[in-house]
Structure formats: structure tokens, C-alpha cells
Design a protein around this ligand. Structure first.
Ligand code: NAD
Ligand code: UDP
Length: 353
């Protein structure tokens, strides 16, 4: 029998791809998600691609909110009563839109911070003290040095970033309060993009995408007329913003590596960037996507978006050292797989085969 993992937010973009990788590696999963930003269809497809029965011991789903202590207590108690307690938790559940966080800061502190606190209290009460946490490169704010090492200052510049930094601090405090007890990985993701190569699982943002990559794929498939490129006067090789785009399957494999490291090693709190280390501009993405899809991507150069940095690129060497993990997939792979997903599912999970 494989280790059993509770995955919060497992129906979402990164969660669904990670669940697939973990199922294929032999882990048994229970997913807790309130589907606030995802569709149960994603999990139906994860089960199909992994060839496991939904609802079986391999893959169970509980609709619920991480802020509800009764739901959490029920899950941990039932798992113990059935003789299959959780060996670990991977905590994806949360909100992630910077602009929404500026308008609704209390919601972000409630779900991202208070929700994490409620989850940690339940884990502690049930003696499940192994956690992989979804943090973000947003904690670095405007970077001081690029590529960014984990030792760079934590200086978020929006409520979303503060909520991630607050949870990291909570984890540090918890770890200090009970030395040699917790096994924690705080993973700072750079820009997750792309899709599973089957074209069955991918990113399905609700409404108009805020992020570059889903906007580009929706322009390519004809759902949007043109891309707005935010700023062409940045101090970069072509004047457009530079980011570190990481294929979501590389990111999913990074979670497997972190989980394996925690389960195989002693208690610790490790903090890792998960990125490729490669800087790619907005126009590089447009050109690569156009080449991969054969579609024209019309765009207009417009003003900079407030709050953006010129360049955000990871120093990924720490993850390579301690997780023995590094990205394998190229920008071309990202575009090919993202296009396969978008073409097969032009309206995402809602109206597609
Ligand atoms: P997503 O929105 O696709 O997935 C989040 C999942 O959590 C969704 O299925 C949603 O329904 C669920 N959820 C939200 N609130 C919940 C609640 N209160 N209780 C239970 N479930 C809840 O986002 P994603 O891109 O997969 O991101 C996963 C995590 O990674 C998030 O914590 C996000 O902040 C973090 N992250 C994402 C990015 C990115 O660019 N996608 C970058 C850095 C960090
Ligand atoms: N961007 C853009 N047009 C868009 C969305 C994003 O030009 O419609 C740019 C943005 O200014 C940044 C890069 O694309 O330089 C990545 O932005 P995204 O929102 O995807 O991720 P971020 O790094 O801001 O979290």
C-alpha cells in the first residue's frame, strides 16, 4: 500500500497535475476542494489518465472548505479510524489573483492565512506533521538580485504576496515551537504554465485571464481578439517583461520530489524555489506559441501594468541540491502542450468532450 496524502485544492491547475503524478507514483490520495476555482471534471480526467477508479482507495474526493475545522477533524478522524491515517498533506487550496487580493484583502487573509492556520491546527491535533506548502515567488516582491536565491529579502508588494509570506512565517514559528517534529517544504513557484501532454488536463481560468499564458492560448484559439503586452520599455532584451516559466508537469514532479524528500529524511523545514532559471520575455512567449500552434497571435504594446517587475527569474540550484529535481521541459514543450489542451478544450472543462 502506498503512502496516503491529503491534497487540499487538488482539483485546481497545479493540484490536478500533481495528483496525476502522485497517483502514477503509487500514492493514495484524498482531495479536499470546495471547487471555488475549479471543476470536478478535472479530477474525473485525472482518474481516467491515471487509470484509477474515482472513489476507490486510490483517489477519494471530499467537497469542503479548508477553513472548516469540523470538516478537517472529520477527515483526519475517519482516516485514522479506517486504519489509513494521512502520511502527509499537500496544501494547494487558496486564492491567487494579485488584483483581486488588492480589492479583497480580508478574503485573502481569511482563505490563505486563516485557512492554513485551521489546517495546521487539525494536522497537529491528529499528529500528521508532514506538509508541502504552495508558496510563491511573489514573496520576493521587486527582486533585489536576479536570478533570485531563497536568501533574498522577503518583501511582498501586494496582499496576495503578504498572505504567502505570512504562512511561511507561521510554518517557521511552528517548526521552532516543536524542534525535530515537523517535516515541511515551502515551495516558491515561479510562473507555472502549460498542460499535461495528453491534452486532457490543463489550466481553466474563470473569466478573463489575468496571466499571460492562458491569455495567449485563448487568443490563439479565437476566444480573445488580441493580447495586450504590458510595457515595451522595460530594461530587458526586447523591452517586454521577463519571467521564469515552468512547465506544470515539471512543477508537479517537483512536488513529488519534495514529498519523497520529507518522507525519507528526518524532520526539517526546507524552502525552495521551483523555477527553470531561464528568463523569457512576453514577446518570446508570443513567438514560441505562434510557432508551436501555427496561429498568429495579434498583440498591442500598451502601458506597463502597475506592480509588475522587469525581470523575475529563479536561482533553482537549491532545489537541485536538496530535492535532486530540476526542470526538464522547454518553452517549446510548454507551448505544444498548452496548445494541445486549449485546442481540445476551447472552453476549458465546461463545454468540451
Ligand atoms: P487554482 O485556483 O487552480 O487551485 C486552487 C484550488 O483550491 C482550486 O481547486 C480551488 O477550488 C481550491 N480552493 C480555493 N479556496 C478553497 C477553500 N477555502 N477550501 C478548499 N479549496 C479551496 O490555483 P493553482 O494555480 O493550482 O495554485 C495552487 C496554489 O499554488 C495556490 O495556493 C496558489 O496561490 C499557489 N501558486 C500558484 C501560482 C500560479 O501562478 N498558478 C504561482 C505561485 C503559487
Ligand atoms: N503580461 C502581459 N499581458 C497580459 C498578461 C501579462 O503583457 O495580458 C505580462 C506581464 O506584464 C508580465 C508577464 O506577462 O511581464 C507575466 O505576467 P503574469 O500575470 O502571467 O505573471 P506574473 O509574473 O505577473 O505573476
Amino acid at each position: 500500500m502506498g503512502s496516503r496524502v491529503l491534497v487540499t485544492g487538488g482539483a485546481g491547475f497545479i493540484g490536478s497535475h500533481t495528483c496525476l503524478v502522485l497517483l502514477e507514483a503509487g500514492y493514495d490520495l484524498l482531495i479536499l476542494d470546495n471547487f471555488a476555482n475549479s471543476s470536478p471534471e478535472a479530477l474525473t480526467r485525472v482518474a481516467a489518465v491515471a487509470n484509477v477508479a474515482l472513489g476507490s482507495q486510490r483517489l477519494q474526493i471530499q467537497r469542503g472548505d479548508i477553513r472548516d475545522p469540523i470538516t478537517l477533524d472529520g477527515l483526519f478522524s475517519a482516516a485514522a479510524a479506517n486504519g489509513r491515517p494521512f502520511d502527509a498533506v499537500i496544501h494547494f487550496a487558496g486564492l491567487k489573483a494579485v488584483s483581486e487580493s488588492i480589492k479583497k484583502p480580508l478574503l485573502y487573509w481569511d482563505i490563505n492565512v486563516a485557512g492554513s492556520r485551521t489546517l495546521l491546527a487539525a494536522m497537529d491535533a491528529h499528529a500528521c506533521r508532514t506538509l508541502v506548502f504552495s508558496s510563491s515567488a511573489t514573496v520576493y516582491g521587486y527582486p533585489v538580485t536576479v536570478p533570485i536565491p531563497e536568501s533574498a529579502p522577503i518583501q511582498p508588494n501586494n496582499p496576495y504576496g503578504f498572505s504567502k509570506a505570512a504562512v511561511e512565517q507561521m510554518l517557521t514559528d511552528l517548526n521552532s515551537s516543536a524542534p525535530n517534529t515537523w517535516r515541511i517544504a515551502s515551495l516558491r513557484y515561479f510562473n507555472p504554465v502549460g498542460a499535461h501532454p495528453s491534452g486532457r488536463i490543463g489550466e481553466d481560468p474563470m473569466g478573463i485571464p489575468n496571466n499571460l499564458f492562458p491569455f495567449v492560448t485563448q487568443v490563439a484559439v479565437g476566444r480573445r481578439d488580441q493580447l495586450r503586452v504590458f510595457g515595451s520599455d522595460w530594461p530587458t532584451h526586447d523591452g517586454t517583461g521577463v519571467r521564469d516559466y515552468i512547465h506544470v508537469m515539471d512543477l508537479a514532479e517537483g512536488h513529488k520530489a519534495a514529498l519523497t524528500t520529507l518522507l525519507n529524511q528526518g524532520p526539517q523545514h526546507l524552502t525552495c524555489n521551483l523555477g527553470s532559471g531561464d528568463g523569457v520575455s512576453v514577446l518570446d512567449v508570443v513567438n514560441a506559441f505562434s510557432a508551436a500552434s501555427g496561429q498568429d497571435i495579434p498583440y498591442a504594446l500598451v502601458d506597463r501594468r502597475p506592480g509588475d517587475a522587469a525581470v523575475t527569474v529563479a536561482d533553482p540550484s537549491h532545489a537541485a541540491d536538496i530535492l535532486q529535481w530540476r526542470t526538464k521541459r522547454t518553452l517549446g514543450d510548454i507551448c505544444r502542450d498548452g496548445w494541445a489542451w486549449q485546442q481540445a478544450n476551447p472552453m476549458g472543462y465546461r463545454q468540451s468532450a
